[in-house]
Design a protein around this ligand. Structure first.
Ligand code: FES
Length: 152
């Protein structure tokens, strides 16, 4: 016996509701929002600085920066990581946009976690991946790093 269209629609709706209920019981609204509609998740053309970093979990994030007068004009990220890595990448770009370099250096794992309303213990390292990649991108902009790069 085949499933009727109405039954299939009801089944899909129930699955969607169960999935959303499960997400909502585990993650904050901010995490779900940044995961489902991430900000600044794109490749940047001609960045002023950038870095790619692979965390201990084996997942990688890439962050690119446009900087003018020591202020971050634009930040983009890409990741092959989990959903929370996407949420953390999105949040770190929002936090860093418009900041001067010193302020951007102060964005750390705890700040990302705080702004996202927390993450389950086993996923807190996703915020560290985002913070570390941002810091490495900022290091890439520093004059000494740039000289090092030209010597490679
Ligand atoms: Fe590795 Fe999220 S970044 S599990």
């Amino acid at each position: 016996m085949s499933i009727q269209h109405e039954d299939a629609d009801r089944l899909l709706e129930n699955l969607r509701k169960t999935y959303l209920d499960e997400l909502r019981s585990t993650y904050s609204p901010a995490v779900i929002q940044h995961f489902s509609t991430p900000h600044n998740q794109e490749q940047m053309d001609n960045p002023d600085a950038g870095a790619q970093y692979t965390g201990p979990c084996g997942e990688t994030m890439n962050i690119s920066l446009k900087i003018k007068d020591d202020r971050i004009e634009k930040v983009t990220f890409l990741t092959d990581g989990c959903g929370t890595a996407v949420a953390c990448g999105s949040m770190v770009t929002v936090l860093a946009t418009g900041k001067n370099l010193k302020e951007a250096c102060e964005i750390d794992q705890e700040k990302i976690l705080e702004e996202l309303g927390g993450l389950p213990e086993q996923e807190r390292h996703c915020a560290l991946l985002a913070a570390t990649t941002l810091h490495k991108a900022l290091e890439d902009y520093l004059p000494n790093s740039r000289e090092d790069d030209t010597n490679k």
